[in-house]
Design a protein around this ligand. Structure first.
Ligand code: SF4
Length: 66
């Protein structure tokens, strides 16, 4: 299952199947990646640059950019 989250022209894709729940994203940018909330990715809470940077650090490839 893939889900998309947007911020202006930035689209983040999260592939549930690939996520290893390593919490790299949650520790790196806790104001945006909130696994206990819905939606769990809240793009309004930081800049596009910061979010992009964090997405690229996902070790499993579950997070990617469109
Ligand atoms: S960093 Fe990637 S693999 Fe780890 S919890 Fe976040 S989305 Fe899942």
């Amino acid at each position: 299952m893939k889900k998309e989250y947007t911020k202006d022209d930035l689209t983040i894709i999260w592939d549930h199947k690939l996520c290893t729940h390593s919490a790299v994203c949650v520790k790196g940018l806790p104001n945006v990646f909130k696994p206990k909330e819905k939606p769990w990715i809240q793009t309004e809470n930081d800049t596009k640059e910061k979010i992009k940077e964090q997405v690229l650090k996902c070790p499993s490839g579950a997070l990617s950019l469109k």
